[in-house]
Design a protein around this ligand. Structure first.
Ligand code: NAG
Ligand code: NAG
Ligand code: NAG
Ligand code: NAG
Ligand code: NAG
Ligand code: NAG
Length: 571
């Protein structure tokens, strides 16, 4: 993929609550705009997901809620597989699970966006009006920031948007030192006590990634601040930045303008160089207008991530209807473009996640929105069971290609935990070296999903417990190496360290399985790993679901519930 193409990935989903409207994005090349409602149902689509959002064809974008209706905007090129003239397609939902398509809303139409309407965010002004800020590409191929407002505020579907005659509102100039090729993805704006709005825009200077800060009194005239809100050396271009407050005492979400006691702030960036996202937790000094990560934060690609698998161009929004902050992210295919064109679609959205600050304040926690549980059926429960070393236990009774499974392990005996070599600091590398088929002491134990009967194919999501001095270290892995007999796709293994003390706490794992995606949540949402897989043997004979333990020490499953998942209505 060319660089140009990659940039486009970070495009647009728009979410809006009563207080705040937001927008994230993911670009793409598409085939026919008209195929919006036709193509998805074609037979022989074994890898098409059943309850993850995706347009009928092509690449995707994100969601929004206004007057109780969530909106999702995604992008199409009406002129076919050649990139250009991107428009915003649009779906709405009342539950973030089932989606109805509408006509596309925003088209390139002004000099300030004639070569593309890229990612942005939405903000609800105090009078209740939503406003979108989005990146446009002008004929000089410069990235500039534009504004659009709904044409008819009485229309809860927000079908039509009108662009500001002042566009572009923010642009690179020789004076402001902004790199015109590295200036995109404005965030939801926040209002300071001085009654000025702020927004940040992803950028870089040389290798320093940065969040350029702009301020405005009227949301139309924006002035660049002298310093960025935040920057970090050697991180490269920051795409889709996100900046929001989190509550220190509760799991509730906060409106983006909230400051004061009991509030910390988060900055998340999507790194163009590595296609990873990382975040820090810190303090927003609204007088100096700077963000300072907490002491000890790792402010680069080695930092904390929402998801340690595939996950990019994400955005959060405050869902004021349910007092929660919701995270949406985009997950691309692991197959190549030839295959994607053949199947006629590419890219899906992760299940929306509620996101909040962990009570100890050191990391965020994420959990699939509760609405997704409406799709559960045919519950299967396993009684408390000892999984002996080297054993595999089938969980039958659920449709294993389309399932939700939640398991909790209880470990009593830690003697066999392997010693963690201090040089093993990268969990992904550790998971790659110590995959499911490498026997250990305490672990690997976990789930084998999308598995064929004879275990020729499976995706293994598991834990392994190590000892370091007198503490235990929990590794969580998603091992795709045996996910398919098909060799032609990316089967990278992913890993994360899970900040759970297995002596005091039980170890939980939940996986959402949907044909070609496995989204896993360890430690009740302390670490998430999303993987794309394309099994071949499970297509006709059916997939199986197993719990397994390939360590020498036995582990107890204290609880396991699994459900078949119904198909959601998606476009
Ligand atoms: C605005 O939307 C409302 C609600 O859908 C509709 O009744 C009304 O006719 C619309 N007004 C215009 C000018 O289109
Ligand atoms: C501006 O950003 C582009 C895209 O990353 C890069 O190729 C170029 O070198 C940058 N220019 C400067 C002056 O840093
Ligand atoms: C990230 O920053 C840490 C210091 O916090 C440093 O030790 C590490 O080398 C950096 N990693 C990368 C990938 O730049
Ligand atoms: C998309 O998928 C490819 C292949 O797995 C991967 O190399 C790339 O990093 C992904 N891009 C993003 C933005 O996740
Ligand atoms: C367990 O380990 C054995 C020996 O390494 C291996 O042959 C087997 O495939 C492993 N099981 C799983 C589920 O990976
Ligand atoms: C993509 O994968 C297919 C199927 O494995 C292979 O035949 C083709 O050469 C690949 N195309 C590219 C562009 O790598």
């Amino acid at each position: 993929m060319s660089n140009l193409f990659l940039w486009l990935l970070c495009l647009s989903s728009l979410i809006l609550g009563h207080g705040v409207l937001e927008l994230e994005a993911s670009h793409h090349v598409s085939i026919h705009l008209q195929s919006l409602s036709s193509a998805a149902t074609s037979p022989n689509q074994p890898y098409r997901t059943a309850y993850h959002f995706q347009p009928p064809k092509n690449w995707i974008n994100g969601p929004l809620i206004y007057k109780g209706i969530y909106h999702l905007f995604y992008q199409y090129n009406p002129h076919g597989a050649v990139w250009g003239n991107i428009v915003w397609a649009h779906s709405t939902s009342t539950d973030l699970v089932n989606w109805t398509p509408h006509d596309p809303t925003i088209y390139p139409s002004q000099p300030s966006d004639v070569d593309g309407c890229w990612s942005g965010s939405a903000t609800i002004l105090p009078d209740g009006k939503p406003v979108i800020l989005y990146t446009g590409i002008n004929p000089m191929n410069q990235q500039v920031q534009n504004q659009a407002v709904p044409k008819n505020l009485s229309d809860p579907f927000l079908l039509e948007w009108v662009k500001s005659p002042y566009n572009p509102l923010m642009a690179p100039t020789p004076m402001n030192m902004i790199n015109a090729s590295s200036f995109r993805d404005p965030t939801t704006a926040w209002l300071g006590p001085d009654r000025r709005w702020r927004t940040i825009i992803g950028s870089k200077r040389n290798r320093r990634g940065m969040a350029i800060l702009y301020r405005s009194r009227d949301f139309t005239h924006w002035i660049k601040a002298k310093h960025p809100l935040h920057s970090s050396k050697d991180t490269g271009m920051w795409e889709c930045p996100d900046f929001y407050p989190v509550s220190t005492g509760t799991q509730n979400g906060l409106d983006t303008s909230t400051i004061g006691l009991g509030v910390k702030h988060v900055i998340k960036v999507s790194l163009d160089d590595t296609k990873h996202e990382y975040y820090t937790i810190g303090t927003y000094n609204h007088v100096k207008d700077i963000y300072i990560p907490d002491k000890g934060s790792v402010d680069n690609d080695s930092g904390l991530r929402y998801d340690y698998g595939k996950y990019y161009a994400s955005k959060t929004f405050f869902d004021s209807a349910k007092d929660r902050r919701i995270l949406l992210g985009w997950i691309n295919e692991s197959t190549n473009a030839t295959i994607d064109i053949m199947k006629g679609w590419s890219g899906i959205h992760a299940i929306p996640r509620k996101i909040w600050l962990h009570k100890l304040g050191k990391q965020l926690v994420q959990w699939p929105i509760v609405e997704i549980e409406k799709l559960r059926s045919d519950q299967v429960d396993l009684p408390s069971t000892l999984l002996k070393g080297g054993s595999v236990l089938e969980v039958s009774g659920v449709t294993a290609t389309q399932a939700d499974v939640d398991v909790t392990f209880d470990i009593k005996n830690f003697e066999k935990a392997e010693v963690l070599d201090p040089s093993w600091t990268n969990p992904q590398v550790l998971c790659s070296r110590k995959g499911a088929s490498v026997k250990g002491g305490l672990g690997p134990f976990g789930l084998l999903v999308l598995a064929s009967k004879d275990l020729e194919e499976y995706t293994a999501v598991f834990f392994r417990i190590f000892k370091r001095q007198n503490k235990f270290v929990v590794l969580m892995c998603s091992d795709q190496s045996r996910s398919s007999l098909n060799l032609d796709y990316d089967k990278t293994t992913y890993g994360a360290f899970l900040d759970v003390d297995p002596v005091d706490e039980k170890l939980s794992l939940r996986s959402l399985i949907d044909h070609s995606i496995v989204e896993s949540f360890g430690g009740e949402g302390k670490a998430c790993i999303s993987a794309r897989v394309y099994p071949t043997l499970t297509l006709n004979k059916g997939a199986h679901l197993y719990a397994f333990n390939n360590g020498t020490e036995g582990v107890r499953i204290s609880q396991l519930s699994a459900w078949s998942m119904k198909k959601a209505h998606i476009n």
